[in-house]
Design a protein around this ligand. Sequence first.
Ligand code: ZN
Ligand code: ZN
Ligand code: FE
Length: 744
Amino acid sequence: MIERRQIAVSGVVQGIGFRPFVYKLAYAQALTGHVLNGAGGVMIEIQGGSDSLDRFEDHLVSQLPPGGRIERCQTHKMEVLPSDSDFIIKASSEVDGASISLAPDRFVCPDCQREMRDPNDRRYRYPFINCTCCGPRYTITSSLPYDRSTTTMAEFEMCLECKKEYTDPTTRRYHAQPIACPECGPTLRLVSHQNRADNQQALQKTAQLLSDGKIVAIKGIGGFHLAVDARNEAAVSRLRRLKKRPTKPLAVMARDLDVARQLVCLTEKAEALLLSPAAPIVLAEIRTDCSVATWIAPGLNLLGVMLPYTPLHHLLCDKGPLLLVMTSGNRNAEPITIDDEDAASHLDVDAYLVHNRKIHVACDDSVIRCSGEGLPVFIRRSRGYVPEAIDAAFLPKKSILALGALLKVTVATLDQGQLVVGRHLGDLNNTRAEGAFREEVNRMLVFGRVEPEAVAVDAHPDSASGLFAEDRFSDLPLLSIQHHHAHLAAVMVEHALGLEDQVIGIILDGFGYGLDGAIWGGELLLGSFSRFERKGHLRYIPQPGGDLGAVQPRRMATSLLADAGIGSDDVPVFDRRIADICGIGSVSPLTSSAGRLFDGVAAMLGVAPKLQTYEGEAAAKLEAVADPFCDDAYPLPVLGDTLDSRVLVRALMADQSATPLRAARFHNGLADGFSKMAIDLGPARVVLGGGCMVNHLLLRRLKSKLEAAGMQVLTARRLPPGDGAISAGQAAIAACSPYQGGCV
Ligand code: ZN
Ligand code: ZN
Ligand code: FE
């Protein structure tokens, strides 16, 4: 029996060689019809025997090319077309329907690497080689549908050879939009005071400069990196001075997996992540014999490693140092630099390695922690993952724009059941970041064709994003969403919990505006997408000097000691002058932040820096020093609806044990206190969220205590647990709440 079917496919189905794949499947089953890319997804019309059609549909799902993901696949029967005699790939057109997401940027695939190293190949050592299933995607695309004309490759005219590959469905480069070769594609240039060189010479000289300890700004996929030989301590410290990053850990790029294995302990999962097309930075435990750690990640037990992911990286690593520091080319806290002139005026380095393929969208490297037996946790979700959508068809069908919080900002859109969380924008505390933020909002609306019916912002009354929204979207309902409720909802939405589901949320975090005006951050919530109640929290203590209290851990230590009644001048970390301002409400706001508790305890144990130069520095050092095998805990009893940190602080100060044990007992005590409170509350499902959940010891203890009590524990998997996921939570909450304005 001959049938004709229409199949609408949505998900990650553009930029992965999906249409040639469909062509081959149809060809194999001798089917006729066509396939085309629309703005709404991929549309297939297919005709043939019903058995062959069923097999075709099976294979469509089961043999999907790597990197693709089908979110929905809807089939309708159609009238048979007797004249149909071929299967063809039709040109892109605009078709409405389910929304689609473009594939994220991908590493250079093994096939392209092989060609690149083959002296007989016409793309031998060509730094911009790519194919249908690899290369830049999101960062070069200005609008959908994904086509050569909508990318920054539009200005390069294909040579005859490239054109032939591009139009032949049997080649590896059929409709590879960024297709290029030395004949027709982008070129490389090295610029410095003494040098100017192009292409192969530029590569050669750059490798030499790096080997000589020079700092080179290298244009990559999502922006500039600052590169320096990681084994050269003097060169690295020069880079640190340049970036004003005295202690912040730097990511390194290892020539290959073997080099990476010599630095950090890699689990199977961690290696798979390193080798995946997204090619993120993987944070893993530093090996004891790793010599570079003392200047790359001082005082920490984790190091961020990645592998070369562009052809250019491979060619550089082949010739240059086998281990490079590769850090985002930006000034401290500012967004990553993407254009050549900007780089030349902003980054004060020895040389620039640039090329003429424009970056349309900046995208930092993604960072994923994958250490010990723990599950991978996103620290930063950006290149390689953005703009992959999360299916949120279970939420009410509303169009929402969500603007995130103050730190680690991302923008999210929810539209037609698809939740898209944008790239990492950094902290909204400088004009360049605010500019990038405004641009990102516009671009995400245009790119996703979203016309929001409401805008969700953080409840903080004078957040930059909130003020921006009031101005830019004055005609739309503005919903201010409480920060920790958004953390709760972010984990709920990625686990596709239902609208009726009620969960407990243990949200351990740095900073979020509380509904009572205090700074929240050690919270026990009971809630759903549409509402929440605060069931408990860490005891309020003053945060001496407000923002200063967040960067000087000694201030929090003093506040905690004073609160516990054991502040005395005999305690070295205690500061009388700071204790004196604790009582002044306007100077020292109250906080229940778990992040600040970590800061204070790190200072008490002597592992905190005087001044934190990056967020979570003291906490990371406290975790690094803690003994992972220690099982006992300091008490953190429940007093009404608060966890009484005074008891914990007194136990910690009375304990004469070594620092690793005391640090571990603190972690365990904090986890046990919250677990107990959650277990007493009833509902059997618990969400763990907030920036502190990147802490593996804390997360592990919470999970084991809660699961031992028969509770189901949900953690952040596809989004970061920290503020990078706030926009996702805000969008979900906004979609579920009646638009009443004010706090949800
Ligand atoms: Zn390839
Ligand atoms: Zn060409
Ligand atoms: Fe937060």
